[in-house]
Design a protein around this ligand. Structure first.
Ligand SMILES: [Zn+2]
Length: 432
């Protein structure tokens, strides 16, 4: 396979050389940024052989499985200036989206030139952005002083350093955080405004866009920033296109484990629930976390507890092995077996005993409760061009310890739940 790819790459190089030395030549691409409405790409091209008859731009947003092919407008001739206006609002392209583009230019004689790929990051130029970045994380913000930006950046950088240390993984690509100061500015680049949203995560792009007013409390920054980027990190180190991916409890537990706040209240809630017989079986935290505020809080706390148990018993090495197994496409039983020597049922039993439960007495869910029910579609974000998760604007009332419901529960986990339901339906249909 590698040899085939090598040959293909070599062919590609030779082809590029042939094309570059052909009759068609191009100048530099000029980009006019009228975000959020459009981003216009412009190129000068000429052919020594014949009139240019086709200029197309190929736009690939990171994580997208298909390339957008845009037909540029120009007046045919041997020398042309061609433009393509990318309708970014219509396509719901978020600020910070990393894009790669190439041009394909043809003349009437059948010559063709495909330019080398170039990178472009979509920017909301209506605001004057301050930036802070290192090799793992880039932060953009426009409201608030340098100190505010530094506090967010510091929380993100420290959280990422901890994640790298715990998992032994480095990031395939840098995580990008874009901060808007209020709902109005955040909604201004969307096609549809949504009042309840406090931010969005674009896992495949490694991007999160959040509403964080500069007056925001540092407690919120210490909780939300590490939590959201933990989900982006988790996605990068576990995603495999051929598998359903890790369960929600592992993802949410991993994210909470990396928050900079004391986990004591949540961990003791789980122990109390285990003692009082109210513990919810962990297998019910594999899809979307739903129910009353109280139940959701317990499911979150259990997720944190299970991950804390995992790391306490098997160390960072166990966690690293578990995530690597998911990345390799293993299901939960196989991944846990590789990392801990236990399958999921046995892992739950071990966790139960760690909580003080009696051996063999782990609670079993009611027969009807196979997978957690996904949330109603009305509560999910509108359909975006790429998978996106949304963070509700504020923590739910009636909860303590600054607990908040993260966007992943609403969307990604919901989709995982839906996928599981669909899978069951497909299997049933096939059995008939
Ligand atoms: Zn979360």
């Amino acid at each position: 396979m590698r040899a085939t790819l090598g040959v293909l790459a070599l062919c590609g190089l030779l082809l590029a050389f042939t094309l570059a030395s052909g009759p068609i030549t191009v100048g530099e691409t000029k980009i006019t940024n009228d975000y959020p409405e459009t981003v216009t790409f412009e190129i000068d091209a000429s052919s020594a052989a014949a009139s240019i008859v086709s200029v197309k731009i190929n736009l690939l947003t990171r994580g997208d499985t298909s390339t957008l092919i845009g037909t540029a407008e120009f007046t045919p001739g041997k020398q042309v200036t061609a433009r393509y206006a990318w309708k970014t609002r219509q396509a719901q392209v978020p600020p910070g989206a990393p894009v790669q583009y190439t041009w394909t230019i043809r003349d009437e004689a059948g010559n063709e030139l495909v330019t080398e790929p170039q990178d472009y990051t979509v920017t909301d130029a209506r605001f004057t952005w301050q930036t802070r970045e290192n090799e793992d994380v880039a932060l953009w913000w426009y409201a608030g002083n340098a100190r505010f930006g530094e506090s967010v950046f510091d929380a993100a950088a420290r959280a990422l350093a901890a994640m790298k240390q715990h998992t032994g993984q480095s990031l395939p690509y840098r995580i990008h955080i874009v901060l808007y100061a209020n709902n109005e500015d955040f909604n201004s680049w969307h096609r549809y405004a949504r009042e309840w949203v406090g931010g969005e995560a674009y896992s495949q792009m490694g991007l999160t866009v959040q509403i964080v007013p500069p007056r925001n409390t540092s407690q919120w920054i210490q909780k939300v920033v590490p939590h959201e980027i933990a989900h982006l990190f988790f996605y990068q180190v576990t995603s495999n296109p051929l598998s359903l991916g890790p369960p929600t409890w592992l993802n949410e537990g991993f994210a909470q484990y990396h928050e900079f706040s004391s986990p004591a209240a949540e961990l003791s809630l789980v122990r109390r629930s285990a003692q009082s017989g109210d513990l919810i079986p962990l297998r019910l935290a594999t899809g979307n976390l739903t129910g009353s505020d109280e139940r959701i809080r317990l499911l979150y706390a259990e997720s944190l507890s299970a991950v804390t148990f995992l790391i306490e018993r098997w160390g960072d090495a166990g966690l690293a092995q578990l995530l690597a197994a998911y990345k390799a496409g293993r299901n939960t039983d196989a991944a846990l077996m590789e990392a801990t020597g236990l399958n999921f049922e046995e892992f739950q039993e071990a966790w139960w005993e760690w909580l003080g439960g009696a051996s063999g007495m782990y609670p079993t869910p009611p027969a009807s409760a196979g997978v957690a029910t996904p949330r109603p579609p009305a509560l999910r974000p509108t359909v975006p061009p790429l998978p996106v998760t949304a963070t509700p604007a504020r923590p739910p009332r009636g909860t303590s310890g600054g607990w908040f419901l993260c966007g992943l529960c609403i969307c990604c986990a919901g989709m995982a739940g839906m996928s599981a339901v669909l899978l069951v339906l497909v299997v049933r249909a096939l059995k008939r």
